[in-house]
Ligand binder design. Sequence first.
Ligand code: SF4
Ligand code: SF4
Length: 180
Amino acid sequence: MKVEKEKKIIKRIKIDADKCNGCKACEMICSAFHALPKYSSNNPARARIRVIREPLADIYIPVYAGEYTPAECAGRDKYIIDGKEYEECAFCRASCPSREEFKEPDSGLPLKCDMCEGEDEPLCVKWCITDALIYEEAEEKIENTLMSDELETGLKALADKYGLEQVIDSIAQISVKSAA
Ligand code: SF4
Ligand code: SF4
């Protein structure tokens, strides 16, 4: 087997919570962009980002909707930030059965950030005038396992001669013997 590295563009948004002023412009543009038809309505409950707001403590923390999870987790830790106590769930990105966050209000279907598919830059980033949201693209190499031409040709020839099942059986026997 030949292991090749394949290049992949990873998109991410870096959050500088210290710069967030809790204006919720990100929630509004996200919900408008995902309205049907596009921009026909604006309901932050449909946004794929939500901002935890504690104006009296000057705490604002944007949280993006991540993957849907069909089961509740066991995590019940608590965080204290500037004297204010938060449940662990407050910062969780998942749409899950135990809470209402990141669910489409009418259908209850899970919401997930799609990086504003089709746009050159996420709209929440464009609309955040304080630069609390920073868009980044990084190129990462992922491993891709390829069979060498020589090995592939050899296996094909054996399969033609003895039949695929016999080749598979023989390989299984060889691996059992080598493991013994
Ligand atoms: S638009 Fe920017 S400053 Fe306003 S709430 Fe969202 S992240 Fe915070
Ligand atoms: S990147 Fe797009 S989909 Fe994701 S939260 Fe921002 S506006 Fe919504």
